[in-house]
Design a protein around this ligand. Structure first.
Ligand SMILES: Nc1ncnc2c1ncn2[C@@H]1O[C@H](COP(=O)(O)OP(=O)(O)OP(=O)(O)O)[C@@H](O)[C@H]1O
Ligand SMILES: [Mg+2]
Ligand SMILES: [Zn+2]
Length: 322
């Protein structure tokens, strides 16, 4: 299962010291109470010694150790009761000096027994969203916000099938899932549905990287020449390492020898490692053959399962319906 290594290391490290914050806060609050009330300070001193006595009595033997144990326990309870009454009088909650963990389940350790706590899993998922390259797209594009209303007749049947297939793909995704190529004209929902897949696959704990073709080649250009237009977003290794790479708008880049060798390297590596990739493109199979080298075209056409998108530009339909 592929949590992004860098995220995992960072969050794991943060959890290693997280509970300390709660401890320090508890100590700070205790000191605060002690300066305000000598009585509470005295009770805490006595509580510490009854604590030790309980431990001793519990280890003890002899006929009367049960009654001794019962006596210190009773004394301990009485002190605690008195303490919470005092706190209440001073206007504090009774548990004021309990370490204020963010998560009571794992006491901010990130694990419950040997199982990862939900709170840590949630943080990993959030970090995965943040490092997925998806950003704003994420918010509005999901399976739920995808409507079949925009398609008619045969197109609709085709799109319904695509939708079902992609939902099942996301639910069943694993490290060696199929690679897909989503082909079709502009505005038909390729980016929308591939983003929906990304979202679900991230939620299920995998490392997804989403990128546009132009951005990807620009990242490689930056890595190789330290130059290039636009912003450098990802290390080239990210394109090979992630569990699922989503390469949007393939064919919008200016294709040249450099972009060809980058694309070949990524596809070849990912295919050899059996790591799934989703490509979105306006290009047809024929155009892919014409545009890219044989070695690239044969890898795409031979390994990627095609999903054809059909219909009338939804982007335009939405604009005119407004
Ligand atoms: N079936 C749909 N239901 C709701 N919204 C949709 C649907 N299809 C597309 N959209 C919306 O229409 C816009 C265009 O869709 P999208 O970006 O997915 O198209 P695309 O196929 O990737 O187009 P392009 O080839 O130009 O990249 C987006 O805002 C998307 O959310
Ligand atoms: Mg698109
Ligand atoms: Zn937790």
């Amino acid at each position: 299962m592929g949590y992004n290594n860098e995220n995992y290391r960072r969050i794991r490290a943060a959890y290693k010291t997280k509970y300390l914050k709660a401890y320090e806060e508890a100590e700070r609050r205790t000191a605060e109470l002690h300066t305000k009330s000598a009585e509470v300070a005295e009770i805490d001193r006595q509580l510490r010694s009854t604590g030790a006595e309980i431990a001793m009595a519990a280890l003890g033997t002899g006929a009367d150790y049960r009654s001794r144990l019962a006596a210190v326990e009773a004394r301990n309870l009485e002190l605690q009761k008195k303490r919470s009454e005092l706190l209440q009088k001073m206007g504090y909650p009774a548990d004021y000096t309990k370490p204020p963990y963010e998560c009571e389940l794992c006491r901010d350790s990130g694990f419950v027994d040997t199982k990862m706590c939900e709170c840590m899993r949630r943080e990993l998922v959030l970090a995965a969203f943040a490092s997925s390259g998806l950003g704003e797209l994420m918010r509005s594009q999901s399976f739920d916000s995808f409507s079949l209303e925009y398609y008619n007749g045969e197109d609709r049947m085709m799109m319904e099938r695509n939708l079902e297939l992609l939902k099942a793909y996301a639910e069943g995704f694993d490290a060696h899932a199929d690679s897909l190529i989503l082909c079709g004209a502009t505005g038909l929902g390729k980016t929308h549905l591939s983003t929906a897949v990304a979202r679900r696959v991230i939620e299920r704990g995998f490392d997804v990287y989403y990128t546009g073709a132009i951005q990807m080649f620009s990242d490689f250009e930056f890595a190789k020449f330290g130059s290039g237009t636009g912003e450098h977003l990802a290390d080239p290794a990210r394109y090979v390492d992630c569990d699922l790479l989503i390469l949007d708008d393939l064919g919008t880049e200016v294709t040249n020898q450099f972009t060809n060798s980058c694309l070949y390297m990524i596809l070849d590596n990912r295919i050899n490692l059996r790591r799934p990739t989703i490509i979105n493109t306006n290009l047809t199979g024929k155009e892919i053959k014409a545009r890219y080298t044989d070695r690239i075209a044969s890898r795409i056409l031979g390994t990627f399962k095609p999903l054809l998108f059909a219909g009338t530009d939804v982007r335009r339909q939405k604009l005119t319906n407004k």
